[in-house]
Design a protein around this ligand. Structure first.
Ligand code: BDR
Ligand code: CA
Length: 317
């Protein structure tokens, strides 16, 4: 039995590992990739996505989606201000050869609506590892989608520290209104993999050695990207850190090995859209006396070795 999925992403290096794992794992069937503005502008997330699928020799339809957040003209702090002086941190172009394949020319939102209203919709997991703009736009344009998406797995949010501000994680912060729309849509099975879980399962240089030994294109390029992430991770001075989170790919591992998530809470989740110091923050209400209905499962801890096992399976296939 394989799990069908659509992956919505803003391809930087952790999205790239997620794409490769989803495309190559024998228990997964990646039907389509939709791209969104996020790590880099839409044009570049789409171009990076095409580079990745070409590099591993798979043919998967790629549909470009939203070039900006749902409501705001730009991020809460505009991209050029946020990235000033750290151009190297967020590379526009991943280190793969120029793509040969091209995007479909169809809009991601239109494709999501069409797919989830089709017979295949109710058997296709949606995995969203970028800002939630495309998903929110699809749910807003076609509210019947909420009941047709059997499962939504999201990388985003932080119950503890954020990575853009003390409270907010990047994906939710980039488009907080979209994230709020998605959590209020009524999708029955939502798994959130926030920073709490992804930081608990970092991939290490030893895991990279294992990928190198597998030697396939997916394994070797993942090893390179993960080593780059370790070398450039905040706090790593001259390569002194041994491991770094590869956030988005953890969502893919959770599809194959649910036990990669070792601790979670069921909760009423929403995302702060105002707030001087808290815009984009994920609010996780798992109080037993909360009046709010639970709408998501929030992963809190994860197992790095199981994560690496799933990637190894994908790259050995
Ligand atoms: C998330 O933000 C992006 O930079 C990563 O690709 C990941 O989806 C982590 O906060
Ligand atoms: Ca991402």
């Amino acid at each position: 039995m394989t799990t069908k999925l659509i992956l919505d992403c803003d391809t930087g290096s952790d999205d790239a590992v997620a794409i490769m794992a989803a495309a190559l794992h024998p228990e997964l069937e990646l039907l389509a990739i939709t791209t969104v503005n996020g790590n880099v502008p839409l044009e570049n997330t789409t171009d990076n996505t095409l580079r990745v699928i070409d590099a591993i020799g798979v043919s998967i339809p790629v549909h470009a989606g939203a070039p900006r957040p749902l409501v705001r003209p730009d991020f809460p702090i505009p991209r050029h201000v946020l990235n000033e002086g750290r151009e190297e941190f967020q590379k526009m172009r991943l280190d793969f050869p120029d793509p040969r394949s091209t995007a479909s020319g169809r809009n991601a939102v239109e494709v999501l609506i069409e797919h989830y209203l089709s017979d295949e919709g109710p058997e296709t997991v949606l995995v969203a590892v970028g800002p939630l703009t495309n998903v929110a736009a699809a749910l807003t344009a076609e509210p019947r989608l909420a009941a047709r998406i059997p499962r939504l797995v999201i990388m985003g949010g932080a119950r503890g520290w954020g990575n853009v501000s003390a409270t907010a994680e990047f994906n939710f912060w980039v488009d907080p209104e979209a994230a709020a729309v998605v959590f209020s849509a009524g999708i029955r099975d939502v798994l959130v993999c926030p920073l709490d879980a992804t930081h608990d399962a970092p991939l290490s240089r030893a895991h990279c050695d294992r990928f190198d030994a597998i030697g396939t294109a997916g394994a070797v390029s993942t090893s390179l990207m993960v080593r780059q992430r370790i070398d450039t991770y905040p706090g790593s001075e001259h390569g002194t850190l041994d491991a770094a989170p590869v956030h988005d790919a953890l969502c893919i591992a959770a599809l194959v090995r649910p036990d990669v998530i070792t601790e979670w809470v069921d909760a009423a989740v929403t995302v702060e859209t105002g707030g001087l110091h808290s815009v984009g923050a994920m609010v996780v209400d798992d109080r037993s006396w909360s009046p709010l209905a639970h709408n998501a499962r929030v992963a809190l801890r994860a197992d790095a070795d199981i994560f690496a096992d799933v990637l190894s399976e994908a790259f050995s296939a």
